[in-house]
Design a protein around this ligand. Structure first.
Ligand code: NDP
Length: 455
């Protein structure tokens, strides 16, 4: 990028605050480009995704899904003896794998000669960082990659509730859990706890789940989740949570009688971690939610301070943070042209039971933006569900530009939908048309073949 005319000597070319997905990628690649790099992480290297997010959550999703597999396999001729689930075995195995991954992330940084400070860091001068131990270092560039934390809304007794952070460490599973929120985390953990046999109640302040997803898949998830026994309350807020002498909590929701639950979990969004970093002193501009404001090259309003990942609140997804970290490092220390991340057409998934996956515009968005759209829908019962006697239908929806047939969105809820979506998203990103899909021969029998057979 722009040549740096600063001839001052610094301890490091780059100091990264935060060792999550974005910070680790940025630091490792910068070091590989020849920069002298240090990174500070106050908790554990790996950040939200590896330590208390995507990775351990997906393992719990796998663990939970065995409940259905063990039930369904009997129709496939398998005789299963007594079934017993031991939460502590799964929990401890998952946490052990998280330890392994933390080690792998740390090793990657060390192999690239990135100096790791396992402590909190604060910006104390234009190019100065002070560590919790009192040590002060200087850096030519500073990268903020401190991620986000669960938002814990204010209600009386809110501190009795857990967030997803604690869900991975529970001593035992709750008999009854009330989950606040209707987004990713609420639906994913509702599925997990429900498969483990907990009585799950989702309480949402609004009237819809997963607001940014297509209405058809949202409705289908609600229908299947209800069928599986998850209870939903919409347009409902928390009044108080108080401990109950016999254990658990009394919970008072708006328009409801007080009820007892063993656990309350808040999953109502995540807030950027920008407090106590010295950003105000450094003159770094923050947005309304406290997020670091950056340009397309992840640069803040201060020339040598950058930010990537959830702390910028652009798109709170691990692969996006990784791309931002990579682009930052290539731009600042690489030999090629500056690289900006394209935040358009990002595929995503919700690992609910069954999962949802999507790319591009919803039907509503496409109608508003394009006017003329053509919608194709396949509503089917997967072969495995038919034989298992599981009355659970899947849905694949394709939205095309009515003018030229270009696919502008694909939405699905189906077993393995995220796996199918990764490939389909390439086609949407590349601007392929419905005719291109039609010209492709199906792989039979699969669920994915529905995508090339919709008429
Ligand atoms: P989401 O943004 O997905 O959902 C937040 C939910 O909480 C919405 O239903 C929202 O309602 C509700 N809500 C927001 N504020 C309040 C409040 N003050 N009181 C009550 N309800 C409120 O947040 P999550 O916490 O589930 O996840 C955080 C982020 O983490 C996600 O946005 C996603 O980017 C990322 N994530 C991604 C995953 C994946 O890729 N599979 C998995 C988990 C997390 P309303 O709709 O009315 O605003």
């Amino acid at each position: 990028m722009a040549a740096n005319s600063d001839t001052t000597e610094y301890d490091y070319d780059l100091f990264t605050i935060g060792g999550g997905s974005g910070g680790v990628r940025a630091s490792r690649v910068s070091a590989a480009h020849g920069a002298k790099v240090a990174l500070a992480e106050e908790h554990r290297v790996g950040g939200t995704c590896v330590i208390r997010g995507c990775v351990p959550k997906k393992m719990l999703v796998y663990g939970a899904h065995f409940a259905e597999d063990l039930e369904d396999c009997q129709k496939f001729g398998w005789e299963i003896g007594e079934r017993k689930f031991d939460w502590k075995v799964l929990r401890d195995n998952v946490l052990a794998d998280v330890d392994r991954l933390e080690g792998a992330y740390t090793e990657t940084l060390e192999n690239h000669d990135v100096t790791i400070f396992k402590e909190r860091a604060e910006i104390t001068g234009p190019h100065e960082i002070t560590l919790a131990s009192g040590k002060t270092v200087t850096a030519r560039h500073i990268l903020i990659a401190t991620g986000a934390r669960p938002h814990m809304p204010e209600c009386q007794g809110a501190d009795h509730a857990i967030s997803s952070n604690e869900a991975f460490h529970l001593d035992e599973l709750p008999k009854k859990i009330i989950i606040a929120g209707g987004g990713y985390i609420a639906n994913e953990f509702a599925g997990i706890f429900n498969e483990f046999g907990c009585d799950v109640h989702i309480v949402n302040r609004g009237d819809r789940l997963l607001r940014h997803y297509d209405e058809a898949v949202r409705d289908r998830l609600l229908q299947i989740s209800t069928m599986k026994g998850i209870k939903f309350r919409f347009n409902t807020t928390f009044e108080y949570i108080k401990p109950c002498d016999e254990g658990g909590y009394f919970v008072k929701l708006s328009d409801c009688e007080e009820e007892r639950a063993d656990l309350v979990m808040f999953a109502v969004g995540r807030l950027p971690n920008t407090e106590g970093l010295g950003l105000e002193n450094a003159g770094v501009e923050l947005g309304d939610k406290g997020e670091v404001k950056v340009d397309r090259f992840s640069k803040t309003n201060i020339d040598h301070i950058y930010a990537v990942g959830d702390v910028t609140d652009r798109v709170q997804l691990t692969p996006v943070a990784i791309r931002e970290g990579q682009a930052f490092a290539d731009t600042l220390f690489g030999k090629g042209d500056p690289v900006a991340v394209d935040h358009g057409c990002i595929p995503s998934a919700v690992f609910s039971h069954p999962p949802i996956a999507a790319v591009g515009m919803t039907e509503g968005e496409a109608k508003n933006k394009l006017g003329s759209v053509k919608v194709y829908l396949s509503d089917f019962r997967p072969m495995k569900n038919v034989l298992a006697g599981r009355n659970e239908r899947s849905l694949i929806k394709m939205i095309c530009d009515g003018e030229n047939g270009k696919i502008v969105g694909i939405h699905m809820i189906a077993p393995d939908a995220p796996e199918m979506m990764q490939a389909a998203a390439i086609a949407v990103k590349a601007g392929l048309t419905k005719a291109d899909f039609d010209a492709t021969v199906a792989i039979h029998p699969t669920m994915a073949e529905e995508m090339v057979l919709m008429r």
